[in-house]
Design a binder for this molecule. Sequence first.
Ligand code: ASP
Length: 205
Amino acid sequence: MKTKKREVSILIIYTVGTIGMVQDDITGSLIPIDFRHISDHVPELRKFGYDLHSISFDPVQDSSNIDPDVWVKMAEIIEEGYNDFDGFVILHGTDTMAYSASALSFMLENLKKPVIFTGSQLPIGLLRTDGKENLITAIEIAAAKENNLSAVPEVCIYFDNKLTRGNRTTKMSAEHFDAFYSPNFSPLAEVGLHLRYFNNLIRYP
Ligand code: ASP
């Protein structure tokens, strides 16, 4: 009897930040999207062969409001879904993303699955947004497997073609797409035509 191959399943945790914004047609001001309709903004998500699930913070919040209680909430969501999902993507504002990624990396001990933070400099609703590429590649990284094990079982930040360790990354620009860097540790993957993981740098459990 043939058994159906289990799809890779990813949980997207939507906290908001610029990535989750669209422009109100009438007032022109930025408003958060209803994440249940994310594939209207990023139709490419429908092409993934993964089982994508999402959970939205209520209320969604700018990352300047994120505090340790919110870190606990994020960690609890991951803990609750840990056995059901192969990887986690956290959509977060850029201003405090590095702090949240750092905190989560110490809270989630013996991690065997990827927790990939990402966000964007331009709202997902704008034509030139960097949010789509960041989201799509973050999902791909969260889903990546090597020998049936997660390729990057770490808390990381993926932003503008760079995958860096969460607790080694800092925001350096509010103006450029290339907004984050990791001054003391090399990126964990090369993201170009191919995604090439640096296994010698990645921490495995
Ligand atoms: N103020 C926003 C935030 O950090 C900026 C951003 O998402 O880039 O939530």
